[in-house]
Ligand binder design. Structure first.
Ligand code: HEM
Length: 140
């Protein structure tokens, strides 16, 4: 295997805007093809995905590189997403983890997934928590 071929197969080990760009593209390609998550996303974003992908690059750049590029309110946005379900978060995280592991080495994949898990936890609480019901929803 020559150097160029080896580079093509090497998994990324550093966070960069380029790595985030690739992750966002590949992750939302999987999301759109997913039988459960695809319809929820396609209903919310029926047309051009350019703006959403750009927002998500800014979001991950802010989270992983503290670039401050994302200015938004994910809680307010997710409260308005039609068809969002508590159970879908596990699927979202599984697809995110799968994408990270395809692109990044173990340490970098773990760094992204750790952040995603914590943010997912706070989004679930913000969207689904009710003081008069058990947590997590569906628990006996
Ligand atoms: C079941 C899980 C999830 C579903 C169905 C979902 C769905 C969506 C949809 C449909 C949008 C676009 C809304 C719109 O433009 O009208 C969106 C935006 C967004 N999502 Fe999610 N999401 C999920 C989980 C997550 C998680 C775990 C994260 C972070 C780790 C996340 C981060 C974001 C961010 C940052 C935006 C952009 C918000 C803005 O416009 O400022 N989402 N999500």
């Amino acid at each position: 295997m020559n150097a160029i071929t080896m580079q093509a197969f090497a998994k990324t080990s550093d966070v960069s805007e380029q790595a985030i760009h690739r992750l966002v593209d590949e992750f939302y390609t999987k999301i759109r093809a997913d039988p459960e998550l695809g319809p929820v996303f396609m209903r919310a974003i029926p047309g051009d995905w350019g703006a959403h992908l750009s927002t998500m690059r800014n979001f991950w750049s802010s989270v992983m590189l503290t670039s401050g590029r994302y200015k938004g309110n994910p809680v307010a946005v997710h409260r308005r997403v039609e068809g969002i379900e508590f159970e879908l978060f596990a699927r979202w995280l599984a697809l995110f983890s799968e994408t990270c592991r395809e692109l990044f080495d173990d340490a970098l994949a773990q760094a992204f997934c750790g952040k995603a898990e914590r943010i997912a936890e706070s989004l679930k609480l913000a969207v689904f928590y009710r003081p008069d019901r058990p947590w997590p929803p569906g628990a006996a």
